[in-house]
Design a protein. Structure first.
Length: 67
């Protein structure tokens, strides 16, 4: 993802990954390879109004509770 960012390619990790299903779809079962992550890659639309929107960052005290 960092390498893609250096090339101005947007990426985002995808949740809910089913590695077994991915391996079946990609025919990886008979290889030494296996699925460990899924990442969507692409370019933003040049007129995307959210591309330059201010990012929201919550204070740690608002999201972390020490027990």
């Amino acid at each position: 993802m960092n390498a893609a960012a250096l090339m101005n390619i947007d990426t985002t990790p995808m949740e809910g990954l089913d590695p077994v299903k991915y391996d079946q779809i990609l025919n990886l079962n008979s290889t030494e390879f296996g699925t460990v992550a899924a990442v969507a890659c692409g370019y933003r639309h040049p007129e995307d109004p959210l591309a330059k929107a201010k990012k929201v960052r919550f204070d740690k005290k608002e999201i972390i509770q020490f027990i």
